[in-house]
Design a protein around this ligand. Sequence first.
Ligand code: NAP
Length: 290
Amino acid sequence: MTEQIEAGVIGLGAMGAPMARHLANTGILKMVWNRTTAKAVSLAEETGAAVADSPAQLAAECNIVLTCVSADHDLLDVIGQILPAIQAGSVVVDTSTVSPVTARQIAADLSDAGCGLVDAPVSGGVEGARKGTLSVMAGGDSANISRIMPVLEAISATVTHMGPVGSGQATKAVNQVMIAGIAEAVCEALAFGEKLNLPSERLLSVVGAGAAGSWFLEHRGQSMLVGSFDVGFKLSLLLKDLLICRSLAQELDITLPTVDAAIRDYSALVDLGDGDHDISGLIRLKRGGD
Ligand code: NAP
């Protein structure tokens, strides 16, 4: 007999809210919780899901718990709240980007409570979350991944099982090195093009149609040129991811020069008070004196 999924979502930010909507559209969303309650109330009104009073209540009433919060300490805090209440046999699917170490620690704590973890960080941006076309990088055992597959299928175009718990987050770290490098190159190149007085619309279209085309250029090129840096992907969150990459590289005794450069740039932008800007806000630094 197939198990009836009763999913709960914790964290209704730029990524979590659209993911919750997709779960509602497939009929498996039971409950939501968000630290700022107004977001949970609004999503509940829209989808018909219930609003949990606490992460613990959500975990007590749902058999699959999807989390999407900002950083490692936020996830550890939420998991600490659900552990005393979670139903034995439940699976937590964490779509936040955190370190593999955190994923393994949480998996061990959940295992003590008779539950499983799949670390399932995602790529595809808020656009991918809205369209339900994310790419999921999953770490965990096959049985748990099979159980949560209806949840992952509702939010994604592709689910790839990368290995045991932590492998999803290790894969996401690799992804973020590429994201950072692409953003560095595109922002620097477009700022260079402006200094060369090239017509920006035509520049975007000609380079985007050739081998320099990328998701970032296609989705953020236009908004960068008009100086709009609304979220998107907060650059403070990319900085958090890059610090995870650097720490993994240090453990391996290797260097990631692209990551080091991006950490310098995004730290400077956070210091300027731009941490909530989309990562394309990097172009302001590349322009200089903006
Ligand atoms: P966001 O819009 O800033 O939302 C963050 C969410 O986490 C909010 O619901 C926030 O609650 C909640 N939260 C933060 N700290 C918390 C805590 N201590 N306890 C409980 N809830 C807490 O960020 P996002 O863009 O959705 O990103 C969420 C995760 O997905 C991050 O790990 C990010 O790196 C990753 N990610 C983002 C993107 C992207 O393009 N945006 C793409 C892939 C992966 P409040 O509403 O109360 O603030």
